[in-house]
Design a protein around this ligand. Sequence first.
Ligand SMILES: C=CC1=C(C)c2cc3[nH]c(cc4nc(cc5[nH]c(cc1n2)c(C)c5CCC(=O)O)C(CCC(=O)O)=C4C)c(C)c3C=C
Ligand SMILES: [Fe+2]
Ligand SMILES: [Fe+2]
Length: 354
Amino acid sequence: MPLSSPVEPKAAKALGPLPAGLRPDGAGRIGVMLVNLGTPDGTDFKPMWRYLREFLSDPRVIELNKAIWYPILYGLVLTTRPKKSGANYARIWNRARNESPLRTFTRAQGEKLAGALGDLPDVVVDWAMRYGNPSTASIAQKLVEQGCDRILTFPLYPQYSATTTATANDQLFRALMKMRRAPAVRSVPPYFAEPVYIEALAHSIERHLAGLDFEPEVVIASYHGIPKPYSDKGDPYQAHCLETTRLLREKLGWDEKRLITTFQSRFGAQEWLQPYTDKTVEKLAREGVKSIAIVNPGFSVDCIETLDEIGREAAETFHHAGGGNFAHIPCLNDSAEGMAVIEAMVRRELSGWV
Ligand SMILES: C=CC1=C(C)c2cc3[nH]c(cc4nc(cc5[nH]c(cc1n2)c(C)c5CCC(=O)O)C(CCC(=O)O)=C4C)c(C)c3C=C
Ligand SMILES: [Fe+2]
Ligand SMILES: [Fe+2]
């Protein structure tokens, strides 16, 4: 007797149509879930506190021992940062929808993807956050209630990091732990070197530069940083970022002086990946570079870190250090180029399911 004996087609036929509860995988619907980092529900102290607490209590994000980290988190970070960060969020807040741009753009991506996948009637598209709302658990539950026995989750990070991609996947499985009948899960892999992504970035950069009344001497590809020890211990994030920039350079036909890589958004006292964006911007201005542009290839949508930290803070740093023209190139967001990337990745990862 062979180890695995496939069900004879004839025998299966003799059983007749299976009752709903016994249908094998492939009989139900498929949920596609776009997952982004998360964002506060408001800019006041309380919603900021809630968001930062959830985010900064994640052991994938802060690897310190809880006995050391929690007194710092509750005694220092959560008493000061909600107010300071809330003021920054207030500057970029989408007042029409009363939400942050990250949520507005992620929703738009979800809605456009649903439209683009209209030819796949069994596919249901939704979007969720790792921290805050709509929560990963609530959307996973919603998809299951809509008849999905399979979920394709898409952590919207081109470059893998345990601090982002892995924790987004953890959170989905955490939600499934509470379900007696959990769906099958696939996760879209990092896409830092996918031609469709590199082409989208290159086109977007070329289009935005063509609309400027100056030509930047240097373009900075600025990625969110991670603490250097995480990288030293094996997080491949830095290598993924450097590869994205290299491929982008190749696509644009630029040299290593025209397109450089930096890392932004440092948090806490330890060393993060270098070179730092703010220090580089200052140095370039002091060295006499008069015009720069910054692009954020690692962010799938514009958010506090791109709109405020780059669009406002880095611009100020450049000007104060003697620089002149400054441009911030928007993220791919829900642009046609950005949606082409998301749709291509999703269609590829759905193969065999549709
Ligand atoms: C140790 C702290 C942090 C790590 C590690 C980290 C990694 C990381 N983050 C992103 C993407 C985003 N981060 C955003 C905001 C943000 N990040 C941190 C801290 C760490 N991030 C904080 C405290 C905050 C909140 C804002 C603030 O108080 O400064 C956002 C924007 C969210 C929004 O609502 O707009 C994004 C996106 C990546 C890609 C990454 C590692 C690769
Ligand atoms: Fe971050
Ligand atoms: Fe920041």
